[in-house]
Design a protein around this ligand. Sequence first.
Ligand code: FPP
Length: 251
Amino acid sequence: MSEKIPRHVAIIMDGNGRWARARDQPRVKGHEQGAEAVNRVTRACRARGVEVLTLYAFSEQNWRRPADEVTALMRLLLRYVRGQRREILDNNIRLTVLGDIDKLPLFVRAPLKALMKESAHNDGMILALALSYGGREELLRAVRAVAARAQRGELRAADIMEADFEAELFTAGWPDPDLLIRTSGEARISNFLLWQIAYTELYFTPIAWPDFDEAELDRAFEHYQGRQRRFGMTGAQIEAEGLIKAEETTL
Ligand code: FPP
């Protein structure tokens, strides 16, 4: 792969259930294969120099799924934390969570928190699992925090800046996602990173998450590399800016 690797890749890992159904297998089999895809894609992103990989593993709304599926997903998460601990630490990856981690059952929350602590100083790549996560919930949480600061007299409502708000998001200090991938054919955002994806390139693929691999990731990166991100400006402005930047770096 050449230049322009996205710094932050976010993925909506969809299609585990359909993958399993197509093979006459229980849904949990699809999730198990989905966990294998998580490992493949994490390795591939680390190798390509991605700085942040954010995976939508369990939404706030997923609590509404049948209890046995929720339990199976929690068990799978525990197995993941135990099984991937060594690889995460050996590869200088920092594991972190976006979402209401306190809602997770203790049997998964405790080892998850322990690995987050153990890996906290790693700086090779951030692997962020969105668990019990919702974008609107994250926005509300940030609004409450900023409002509390205003109430304490730390800042005036009229002085609230984007940076004050961003500081209260789970993603504080990270670059916004450059590329958002959603697998399995749906073209929806499903309450994921609503603030952060304002200028993100979106990539939808029909491939089910359990089948997603390194080659599919490269395909998504190629799509990203072919896009021109304009951030509200014109193409000509971006090209001119690119020229200026190129001159600056060669001076
Ligand atoms: C969406 O597929 C997927 C999920 C709700 C769970 C994602 C979980 C994993 C990929 C595995 C576990 C994760 C980790 C980090 C170990 P779906 O079940 O909604 O599929 P469907 O739309 O085809 O029914």
